[in-house]
Design a protein around this ligand. Structure first.
Ligand code: PA5
Length: 450
């Protein structure tokens, strides 16, 4: 089970400050559970681990098995909440070197991602890499109208049809989208692709435990039943408002106490390279949920100990605006002890016989204490192992905390109005019909700068 420890933030906040948050947390809990808060149309994720569609889940597992049989590579096309959850799970739970392994070693196709950028070089490199491979596509877009995945899908679909022919391609294209609306749904219906649903009441960044995340994760050979079990356990554990008994809420309260004291940046810290994309997923979850109405913490991340040699100086000694949330994994999958060296020229024999995971843990503890002394409060979230169950728990822990934290901040945690601004400008600059006035205005502004 997940553990949350705020003892390394204690010198920055008195016990009574957490106690004083209880009333607000209870109110946030009521808003959430009675579906009375802003954005309450998007609370489907709340009981998803229990209430998910069993028949769709079965179809996901079957489709994943077919993809595993048919293909060397599954290309997942999506952006934001339509890719980060799957990427986080696959990176956390697979070999670090899965991309260099054969399909036989991986026991699953390689899952690659597209449509999460607009880079011509990225997509050209991907198409060249796919040339001699057996390929399936899973295009994921809740709205079905997002430009990045739509462009990538058009290109990859054309490439696939060229390789297999239109008819055989149908057996290799899987669409995850709204159950009835959007351009992608229309296309999927007319082409008769196998389709999975993003529930109406689950927003993109809360959708990893729907078909959005589950199909690619299952195709990568990961046990999605165990993942749902972990999420279900978390759902049962974090369903009461009492801060002393609900660590997800304690985390939400704590980060708000710290924010109100001027710690406006939350740095998620890991000591395992496999956790890099969990941080990226978390950044989107919190950034998009809370960063509105000129409010919110800025979510950032570092991968330690690597980044101690790049960002460590700033964290130790720079502007005192940040606190850290350290996500740790109790056990490594395998042991690796440092060997004895009779010459001891590197002076490391004091470590002989010590497990590398133990050294990593000591590095984490030492760093935490140094940062606390340097003016950086530290929160700690610990999971027991790199397992699908632990991933499911972690997802629910952070989702629930995010909703509570958003309500503590008095924002709507479930919308993202700010994401539209860049899209409007991009459409105008690309000459989309209907954007003529905006295009003229933006081009004038750009030419002023030249
Ligand atoms: O969390 C969100 O709602 C967003 O990040 C979306 O997931 C992202 O913009 C992609 O949207 P869509 O799935 O509609 O293509």
């Amino acid at each position: 089970m997940i553990k949350f420890d705020l003892s390394n933030a204690r010198s920055y906040m008195d016990e009574h400050e957490m106690a004083q948050m209880q009333a607000q947390v209870s109110l946030a809990h009521d808003l959430l559970h009675k579906k009375k808060g802003p954005g309450s149309d998007f609370l489907g994720w709340l009981d998803l681990p229990q209430k998910y569609s069993r028949s769709e889940f079965g179809r996901i597992r079957k489709a994943a098995a077919r993809i595993r049989r048919q293909s060397d590579v599954l290309v997942v096309i999506g952006i934001g909440g339509s890719y980060l959850g799957a990427k986080a799970a696959i990176e956390m739970l697979s070999s670090h070197f899965q991309a260099m392994q054969t399909k036989r070693q991986r026991k699953a196709p390689l899952v690659l991602f597209a449509g999460q950028n607009l880079s011509a070089d990225y997509l050209n490199d991907l198409l060249a890499f796919l040339e001699d491979k057996q390929v399936s596509l899973n295009v994921i877009s809740k709205s079905g109208t997002t430009t990045e995945p739509a462009v990538a899908f058009r290109l990859l679909k054309g490439w696939l049809e060229n390789k297999y022919g239109k008819e055989a391609s149908r057996e290799r294209i899987y669409v995850t989208t709204d159950k009835q609306k959007g351009a992608l749904k229309k296309l999927a219906d007319s082409e008769q692709y196998e389709t999975f649903v993003v529930p109406d009441d689950v927003g993109g960044r809360f959708s990893v435990l729907t078909a959005v995340g589950l199909l690619p994760i299952a195709a990568a050979g990961i046990d999605i039943r165990a993942m749902m079990k972990g999420a279900r356990q978390a759902m049962q554990k974090f369903n009461k408002p009492d801060l002393t008994n609900n660590s997800s809420y304690a985390y939400a309260a704590c980060r708000n106490v710290l924010l109100r004291k001027g710690y406006a940046v939350e740095l998620m810290v890991n000591y395992e390279p496999s956790m890099h994309y969990v941080t990226e997923w978390w950044k989107q979850l919190y950034g998009e949920s809370e960063g509105k109405d000129n409010r919110g913490l800025l979510p950032a991340g570092v991968d330690n100990t690597t980044d101690l040699h790049s960002m460590g100086q700033y964290v130790q000694d720079g502007r005192r605006i940040l606190f850290e949330t350290v996500v740790q994994i109790e056990q490594s999958r395998n042991q690796l002890t440092v060997p004895n060296d009779p010459d001891n020229l590197d002076g490391l024999n004091f470590l002989a016989g010590t497990d590398l995971h133990e050294i990593n843990s000591k590095a984490a503890q030492g760093t935490m204490l140094a940062h606390v002394d340097g003016g950086v409060p530290n929160l700690q979230v610990t999971i027991c192992e790199r397992s699908p169950e632990a991933f499911g728990e972690l997802v629910y822990f952070f989702e629930k905390a995010c909703a509570i934290s958003g309500y503590l901040l008095a924002v709507n945690p479930f919308d993202q109005p700010g994401v539209e601004a860049y899209k409007q400008n991009m459409f105008a600059l690309l000459g989309k019909p209907g954007y003529e006035d905006k295009q003229a205005e933006l081009e004038a502004r750009l030419s002023d700068k030249e």
